[in-house]
Design a protein around this ligand. Sequence first.
Ligand code: DGL
Length: 258
Amino acid sequence: MASTAPIGVFDSGLGGISVARQIHRDMPHEHILYFGDSANAPYGTKTPQEVRTLSSAIVERFMARGVKAVVIACNTATSAAVNQLRDQYSIPIIGMEPALKVACDRGHGNPQRIIVAATPLTLREKKFSALMSRFESSHVIFREPCPDLVEIVEHGQLDDRDLIMETLHRYFDHYDLATIDSIVLGCTHFVFFRSYFERLAPSSTAIIDGNEGTAHHLEVVLESWGKLAPAHATGRVDLSNSDTSERMTRLARSLLTA
Ligand code: DGL
């Protein structure tokens, strides 16, 4: 497969656009095919088997377009489907998981108090329990499922400050945020709320997402395969969505440039 082949990036909907945006910034020569499955969103309240079936169908579509790698820009689909997809396909499949390690490392050996905000499915799955078990003996880690935040993005309500702050207060008011070192945004939809989280939490609380780490990991993997796009190539992001309405097309485009 040529190094000029595209990279497939997908999510249950619009959240993964935050990842595609990051990859495009960091790897401007790459051609990215983004697919959002908004007609089937949210994934975070589905069963793992449902998410596996939907994810396989998307990767099959990417394979037909000749992609050189796939990024699962969705923590939920990664927890449910990454193992199966890696067994099924021989190209690199890059997954995402909540950036808990980054949050723990910030303590430089001191115990950290961390909230992981993600979808109910991500927080319930074995993959996350395995991640927790690496860190929970040295740190205090809280799991906070926030499914309504996904709906706010999918409904194009990111400018509705009152709705968003009311939703964040509902999920986070039972914590004393002054005692929390980091909030991990363990769902790619939540990255669009960064400024709202910064308003909610004191400045001493770090807001952490895994997007830069994922873009970097993709770059390292492609480099080791000798598949990085050549420096003369002009990269771009092509957006598509299972919801083909004009509203969704406009919303996706505005998030890519947000
Ligand atoms: N964006 C997805 C994630 O990173 C999930 C959103 C959903 O529930 O569909 O987990």
